[in-house]
Design a protein around this ligand. Sequence first.
Ligand code: UDX
Length: 429
Amino acid sequence: MKLAMIGTGYVGLTTGACFARVGHDVICVDSDSEKIETLNKGGMPIFEPGLDEIIKEAVSSGRLEFTTDVGKSVRESSVCFIAVGTPTRDTGEPDLGYVENVARDIAENMNKYHLVVEKSTVPVQTHRWVRTTIERYNKAGTPFDVASNPEFLREGSAVDDFLHPDRIVVGVESDRARKLMEEVYAPFDAPLVITDLASAELIKHASNAFLAMKISFANALSVVCEASGADVRKVTEGMGMDNRIGPHFLNAGVGYGGFCFPKDLRAFVRIADELGYDFALLREVENINGDMKRRFVRKVKSVLWNLRGKKIGVLGLSFKPNTDDMRFAPSIDIINELVNQGAVVSGFDPKAMERAKTVIPGIRFCDTPQEVADDADLLALLTEWPEFGELDLADIKRRMRVPILCDGRNFFERDRMEELGFTYLGVGR
Ligand code: UDX
């Protein structure tokens, strides 16, 4: 099957490459000619484990191509995925201008029946506007259907998430569209959840909101644990063994970040509001998340007293491990507040240093974790990169002026750290 993936951002690139991997012919399109040139030269615009090899193999076998020519991609394909960005406006509303432009491009270039699939995360009922737009600009009256096929990819494990999904959600409005989507996903061994379009759009919002809620629940719980002498890791372990709750997304820490949860949660609250429902529960999920960052700074202060002139080393800057993504990373707000209060901050991240330099001014970026520890009054761990588990902690301690470790991800074991002579502060323990 020949597919067009319009929008070669994080989602479009991963999805397009993986569709090629399972045997489809895919044309990935982007209006950013520099990005397309990079990809055509074998370069990668993002860091995502495993994606590089998949792209190389698919390009050399002729199943994947990159272009800026959206018209060609539409004319040559039978299924077009809209995977462009839906950035959040200041009001919390997603900007759907790019989705509309693509719908118009598709309408103007369709030369036979087309299935137009929403891949971008869009507010419920967006399909109606996509349909209306295509009808308006489709002067030849070429037949088409609209489908919704939300993605559930996590950065850092997007390839595996795509190739081995828990479920595939498809919203359709005709048999013809359903059959085509079944064909698209035939190579996958996962249950296909077929729904109407509005339900498919909502499954995406509801899933992300629910996951964010689980994290904020664990974080709020961590505050109670800390005050009562309980250990949040034990409490969530005990809760998670109940099948109805499940063990995932209950790790307390400095809060969630990334491009999806903060943006999608705000958008969902706004959508519910427009539909006449004040989703106060989700507003509180956001509040708790913001509060965790402020609490972390207070914890650092509680052990250092005054921050002015104190040297604080930060291990981990990206919003989570295995990505160079700094968007809405908790490290940004935490470090800015430490700097505002006069601390002298240095930082290290295995992958996100370049991006961090553009969003966190006023700190010293170090080449190694050891350099971050040199002369520090406190080390703060904000992202649980697995390589931090390999550090020679006795050496780290020797390098520090005062061996205090504030572990924002409960990554280290308290007993071991105390045995080594650290003063250890976790979250909710
Ligand atoms: C998320 C969704 O998981 C994915 O399905 C959706 O398509 C996009 O948004 P992503 O943002 O890549 O994916 O990261 P995820 O692994 O979900 O983590 C999000 C944030 O939550 C990170 O900052 C992470 O550190 C934090 N988190 C996650 C916790 O603080 N505790 C947890 O238990 C789990």
